[in-house]
Design a protein around this ligand. Structure first.
Ligand code: PGA
Length: 265
């Protein structure tokens, strides 16, 4: 199955508009003349979306700009109204946002997002034709307690509850072991591959083999230029969701270069 790898920068709460501009200008100049067989996505903080949209979609003089897709890091599960501090999917659409990261472990752990909330957000995103990057992953205690598979099963089953097969085709799953996020500890390629194969088997149980072989599953958690190739060489890993190492244009580019040359055709 030919799955196009997807490399997404999750900037978290880093880079306002001016730093976004510096990054994009430098990144695009490095990208110039290179054509990687993958999708490249940047997820800045909400307030930097207008600047990113402007740089990538309205400043037509910028070469290669259309090679990059824009993602948001979250969205509301509601349409509009009295939800202080929230951002709706329609607001995101105004800034050429195509992807939205949902269910990130920081949203789950710090902001108490449950599988049901994440499921509601995935549905809302699909109503607006946004493509969710749906994050799942176990904590170290869960892994060490032998609960890896049951945790992933619950997250996948509840997160995708009542999502149609048609909508599934526009969803990317990001497997991110919580113990590997921002810690410098990466899952070994064998640990990552085993978890990805298990997640794909869960999708097969829910939607059938075809849908399972089509869905892209990114790995996230301390992906760096020097481990991207080995991880991306695994048959069930279809790209990466990158935090810390995507804050520098050069290292994000090297991850894309090293990773996309390895990905399965
Ligand atoms: P990291 O973050 O690359 O800094 O580990 C990944 C993520 O949280 O998506």
């Amino acid at each position: 199955m030919n799955r196009k790898p997807i490399f997404a920068a999750n900037w978290k709460m880093n880079k306002g508009a001016s730093e976004t501009e510096d990054f994009v200008k430098s990144f695009l100049s490095k990208l110039q003349g290179q054509d990687f067989p993958c999708e490249i996505v940047i997820a800045p903080p909400f307030v930097s979306l207008p600047k990113l949209a402007d740089l990538l979609h309205t400043a037509t003089a910028v070469q290669n700009a259309h090679a990059i897709q824009i993602a948001a890091q979250n969205c509301s599960q509601f349409d509009a109204g009295a939800y202080t501090g929230e951002i709706s999917v329609l607001m995101l659409r105004e800034f050429f946002v195509h992807y939205v990261i949902l269910g990130h472990s920081e949203r789950r752990a710090i902001y108490g997002e449950t599988d049901a909330v994440i499921n509601a957000k995935i549905k809302k995103a699909r109503e607006a034709n946004l493509k969710p990057i749906f994050c799942i992953g176990e904590t170290l205690a869960e892994r060490e307690g032998g609960k890896l598979e049951s945790v992933l099963r619950t997250q996948v089953t509840e997160g995708l509850k009542d999502i149609s097969e048609k909508d599934l085709a526009d969803i990317v799953i990001a497997y991110e072991p919580v113990w590997a996020i921002g810690t410098g500890v990466t899952a070994t390629s064998q640990q990552a591959q085993d978890a990805h194969a298990f997640v794909r088997s869960l999708v097969a149980e829910l939607y059938g083999q075809d849908a399972a072989s089509r869905i892209r599953i990114q790995y996230g958690g301390s992906v760096k230029p020097n481990n991207a190739a080995e991880l991306m060489a695994c048959p069930d890993i279809d790209g990466a969701l990158i935090g810390g190492a995507a804050l520098e244009p050069q290292s994000f580019l090297e991850i894309i270069r090293n990773g996309s040359s390895q990905s399965e055709e």
